[in-house]
Design a protein around this ligand. Structure first.
Ligand code: G3P
Ligand code: CA
Length: 343
């Protein structure tokens, strides 16, 4: 090999390694409900842990109280993640559920948040058995503003710039109840300086109708415009988005998609036969970012086609080519990306 060839191949190798490093470094770790694999979801300790674990963005699911406070809570009901049934036993609706929108913020501050559970034969059964024990220690339901202030405070004290990733939960439900939750969330974003597509925020919703209202009415009225992400589930509601031309249509209003990972790699996939759908290719062709959910390393929750959590991450981040992942385990995703960048 001539000196010229050796130098050239060395330069190519360096360029290739830099390319790999850059692509791994650009991918986002989005802490799903915080470091929810380790601490009760959507509590401030879970968010602080996610921050310390190196998340790039931290997610907030947002619902509204009767007195128009915005709280960080995944469900529109308080049943699964608080002790509401013990504290306010007479406040369930006819369906037996305790809706956050029926409670004032002062009442919600009386509740203890806990690791999620379901009721089975009248007994509480923890949703993820290996995680933080339910009903242990003392946690509360934060407001959106409290959480943003903690993240922005950490940004100042650490010099990092970790973003927020709020989701408008049940926008149609809130409208039926006489509440415009999206306008309220957008006002909070504006109040805290998230005003442009360069701001470290993605605003997400499962509702295409709400996404359009936000893009076409609420943003112009507020005088801001931040990144919008259309969430996509496995039900028929999203079929048109999955069809040819769907991503281009969506890109009129959205900056990205947040699909269930099963929309990117078919559940029928098996080891050695990983079937990647056209969705990622179509989304990127329409200049949409792709942030699938939810990557969990709990026993039994890694699909068989991957076999390990690291392989699941590798398939999605590098074979499918997504731009970030929602994960309950931000430390593991960060470590995977760190070692991928170093390879
Ligand atoms: O928002 C992304 C992901 O969190 C969607 O699922 O039900 O956990 O809000 P969910
Ligand atoms: Ca969410």
């Amino acid at each position: 090999m001539s000196v010229f060839t050796r130098v050239l191949s060395g330069l190519i190798m360096v360029a290739t390694l830099q390319g790999q490093a850059a692509s791994a470094a650009e991918k986002l770790v989005i802490a799903h409900r915080g470091a929810s694999g380790y601490l009760p979801e959507h509590t401030l300790p879970a968010k602080a842990m996610a921050y310390a674990m190196g998340a790039d963005y931290i997610e907030q699911d947002v619902v509204m109280t009767s007195d128009d406070a915005l709280i960080v809570l995944h469900d529109i009901t308080l049943d699964r993640t608080t002790d509401v049934a013990s504290v306010f036993p007479n406040r369930a609706r006819a369906d037996g559920r305790y809706y956050a929108i029926d409670f004032t913020l002062a009442e919600i501050r009386q509740l203890r948040a806990t690791e999620g559970f379901r009721i089975n034969n009248g007994m509480q059964e923890q949703g993820f058995p290996g995680r933080f024990p339910m009903n242990q220690s003392t946690f509360s339901v934060p407001t959106l503003q409290e959480e943003i202030e903690m993240i922005q405070g950490l940004n100042q004290s650490t010099g990092r710039q970790v973003g927020i990733y709020p989701e408008i939960k049940g926008p149609e439900f809130h409208r039926q109840e006489g509440k415009d939750i999206s306008t309220a969330v957008v006002q909070v974003l504006k109040d805290y300086g998230y005003t442009s597509k360069d701001s470290p925020v993605y605003l997400q919703t499962f509702s295409y109708a709400e996404l359009r209202i936000i893009a076409e009415e609420i943003f112009p009225a507020a005088g801001i415009e931040v990144n919008l992400v259309q969430l996509m589930g496995n039900d028929g509601e999203y079929d048109w988005m999955l069809a040819e031309g769907g991503m281009a249509q969506l890109a009129q209003f959205a900056d990205g998609i947040g699909p269930s990972m099963g929309l990117l790699v078919t559940p029928e996939s098996s080891k050695g036969d990983v079937q990647i759908t056209p969705l990622a290719r179509r989304a990127h062709a329409a200049n949409l970012q792709i942030h699938p959910y939810t990557f969990r390393s709990d026993p039994g929750l890694v699909p068989d086609y991957a076999g390990s959590f690291a392989e699941l991450l590798r398939i999605h981040l590098f074979d499918v080519g997504v731009d970030g992942v929602f994960t309950d385990f931000p430390d593991q995703a960060r470590e995977f990306l760190r070692t991928s960048a170093a390879d």
